[in-house]
Design a protein around this ligand. Structure first.
Ligand code: FBP
Length: 700
């Protein structure tokens, strides 16, 4: 072969094909940027008007009425089109405005389209209007760090995931000083309106800012964002006003895509149990949607566990003439037993593999852990307040923190009125593994929330699962079922009569497709003993090779792969559903601003229906607020929606659980959600939970 001089790297990089291949502008990106989301019918008009809708009522909290007087009487506002408005309306609607927008909290796919929808609607009404983006979340408002959002910036991020354009942050505007600084920024920029795109805490912030800036005529509008799907709003009669925050669908579909691939791999390689923790700080909405999307073998739903009662324990206690208070509430130990049960059942039909989905916030629903979390939250918050310093700076190591807790426990012995942390708490806490203690004591976020995503929940749980499986292995109940035809083939090949040995070796030889070795056989030694007792072999003889082979095949090895799905799905480019939803939310925001609303949250009703039925509206935030414990104190907040165990989607999952566990001979029942499609035909284009819940009128 002739020697050919290699092309220099510089020259290689000049070749158009190479440049095309390595360009960061690829066809997918171009297609996304060019996608023009459809607009709800009302937005096809040149103008829109708001109408107070008295049909929707709320039960108003006393404290909210006191603290949010200026916005507490707000009503749900429906939006309709207006093509021929009067001159004064037109002037008000189309006046030049300065509008500020901020992202708050974790990223959620679709945020850029909220900006795009707002930008397009605002510029259409008045091209002179300026849109400012506050940088790095609420800190950008407090410190007046903002950029002007230009058309080219918007175009660069249309239909793309993340909050990259202006970033985000988790600071809460929760002190008079931060509130005053924020107000100053809004005034300095001459803002007519401020838009807060965030979760429950950020929309709570939006309500307080709206109240604070009412006298300055600065409107504040919230937008329901969070992949957790826990902003769901109903009125007092249960009418759904906001069924789902944006970003949920994309994150759930992204997690489901990866988990479905694990189902495929696991059922091919048949040697691993994949343990998948999925995000969702408290509520298990994402896990529930993933269950419906993938039919993974086991999906734990936190909300399902919190009402748990150990009826067997209660029956035993009654029989003993006793009361067993420990029978109420799920414990980590019991939960690990539930998982083991599924693993053992599948192993019995030869399936020593599978996929388990664990919601990130599951600990919140486990009584014993929740008590620790509440107590430690209070201890940390009280310490910070009393000492005006930071608990974590003063006690940097785990040992320092434990020593502080020990001190509290000693104090409680001396003074029983001081009992937030007593010696029993301390003893129980000392039984918890180090890394879990560290997790439970770690720094709370700026809202005082426990950071579930930082705790290795799955490791704690799987540690208990492994321990219990070892016990089950020892007592002979955890075994791999052997296919009868395989057993027969191996014995016949070795010149042995399967029908002769079958009843000696197996507990179910005559009536099962998968054979289970007798519980008393847990080692080659016990196998030999059984064969000797049956007088099949003598003491001097070895166990026949085919029989030993069958025994080894029946011994399970429990191998796990641990995964965490969270940040990856949160950064995904939005599904078509989220693209359309968020673009129209942005347009709704403008409609609310142009019509003078404040203290309202933009929303769209009928998301579960065809796009033509989508109905943009404004939801009053103040009437949704109630008192909740935060940082050890009661505070007015927007309520988080957790999974309703009576909802249609949960009931469907509950009913199909056994099918998806597939602890029967035959194939698994996995579902392939397929890749997230942005363009083209997609069989499923909105969350399954949303669709199921809307079909059952009682869960609406
Ligand atoms: P938001 O509620 O702010 O949307 O954030 C949700 C979330 O993604 C949770 O699912 C997760 O527990 C948390 O953020 C992770 O927080 P962080 O980004 O600070 O690690």
């Amino acid at each position: 072969m002739k020697d050919i001089d290699p092309i220099s790297t510089e020259d290689l990089l000049e070749i158009p094909e190479v440049q095309r291949a390595i360009s960061s502008i690829n066809p997918e990106l171009i297609e996304r940027r060019q996608y023009d989301p459809p607009k709800c019918k009302v937005f096809e008009n040149t103008h829109t008007i708001l109408e107070d809708n008295d049909r929707f009522k709320f039960t108003i909290d006393r404290e909210a009425r006191k603290q949010l007087q200026g916005i507490i009487n707000n009503k749900v506002q429906t939006i309709s089109g207006q093509d021929a408005p009067g001159e004064s309306f037109k002037e008000r609607y189309c006046k030049k405005r300065n509008i500020g927008i901020v992202f708050s909290g974790g990223p959620a796919p679709g945020g850029h389209n909220v900006i795009a929808g707002l930008f397009d609607a605002a510029k259409k009404a008045n091209p002179e209007t300026i849109l400012y983006g506050f940088l790095l979340g609420p800190d950008g408002i407090i410190e007046n760090e903002a950029i002007e959002i230009t058309g080219s910036r918007v175009d660069a991020y249309r239909n793309l995931g993340g909050f990259t354009m202006i970033k985000t942050g988790r600071t809460k505007i929760d002190s008079p000083r931060k509130m005053a600084l924020s107000k100053e920024t809004c005034k300095n920029l001459g803002l007519d309106a401020l838009v807060i795109v965030g979760g429950d805490d950020s929309n709570t912030n939006a309500a307080f800012l709206a109240q604070e800036m009412i006298e300055d005529n600065i409107q504040v509008i919230g937008v329901p964002k969070t992949i957790d799907g826990d902003i769901q709003v109903r009125d007092a009669d249960g009418n759904v006003l906001c069924a789902m925050s944006f970003g949920f669908h994309t994150a759930a579909r992204a997690f489901a895509g990866s988990i479905s691939n694990l189902c495929t791999d696991s059922s091919s390689d048949v040697k691993y149990w994949h343990i998948c923790k999925v995000m969702g700080r408290v509520a298990s909405h994402l896990a529930l949607e993933v269950a419906l999307q993938t039919h993974a073998n086991m999906t734990l739903i936190g909300e399902d566990l919190c009402d748990y009662i150990d009826t067997k324990r209660i029956e035993n206690a009654i029989e003993a003439g006793d009361v067993d208070y420990n029978a109420y509430g799920m414990t980590l130990r019991h939960l690990s037993r539930v998982i083991c049960d599924g693993i053992v059942q599948r192993a019995a039909v030869g399936k020593n593999y599978g996929v388990v989905v664990i919601p990130e916030g599951i600990l919140e629903f486990i009584n014993e852990i929740q008590i620790f979390i509440i107590k430690l939250n209070t201890i940390i918050a009280e310490y910070n307040e009393t000492h005006d310093t930071d608990f974590h700076t003063d006690f940097p190591t785990l040992e320092d923190k434990l020593e502080y807790l020990r001190r509290l426990a000693r104090l409680s012995r001396e003074d029983s009125s001081f009992s937030i942390w007593n010696t029993r708490d301390d003893d129980l806490f000392n039984d918890v593994p180090d890394f879990f203690q560290e997790g439970l004591l770690m720094e709370r976020d700026s809202h005082g929330n426990f950071q579930f995503s930082q705790v290795k929940t799955e490791a704690v749980l799987m540690g208990l699962v492994k321990d219990y499986l070892n016990i089950l292995k020892e007592n002979g109940t955890y075994k791999i079922g052997i296919k009868k035809s395989y057993y027969r083939k191996i014995l016949e090949k070795g010149g042995l009569d399967p029908n002769y040995f079958g009843p000696i070796l197996f507990k179910n030889y005559n009536d099962a497709e998968f054979l289970l070795i007798r519980p008393s056989i847990i080692s080659v030694k016990t196998l030999k003993q059984v064969l000797e007792q049956a007088e099949v072999i003598s003491e001097e003889e070895a166990v026949p090779v085919p029989i030993e082979k069958i025994f080894h095949t029946s011994v399970p090895k429990f191998k796990t792969q641990i995964h965490f799905y969270g940040y990856d799905g949160r950064g995904n480019d939005p599904t078509r559903f989220d693209c359309n939803y968020t673009y129209n939310l942005g347009m709704t925001v403008f409609s609310l601003i142009a019509n003078g609303a404040t203290g309202q949250m933009a929303a769209i009703r009928n998301l579960e229906k065809d796009f033509s039925a989508w109905e943009p509206l404004g939801i009053p935030i103040a009437p949704l607020m109630h008192l909740e414990e935060r940082k050890g104190k009661l505070a007015l907040v927007l309520e988080k929606s957790i999974v309703d165990v009576n909802s249609a989607s949960f009931r469907v999952v509950k009913r199909l659980r056994e099918n998806w566990l597939a602890a029967l001979p035959g194939d698994d029942n996995y579902r392939r959600p397929g890749p997230i499609r942005f363009a083209g035909k997609s069989e499923e284009d909105r969350p399954i939970t949303l669709v199921l819940n809307s079909l059952d009128k009682s869960s609406q």
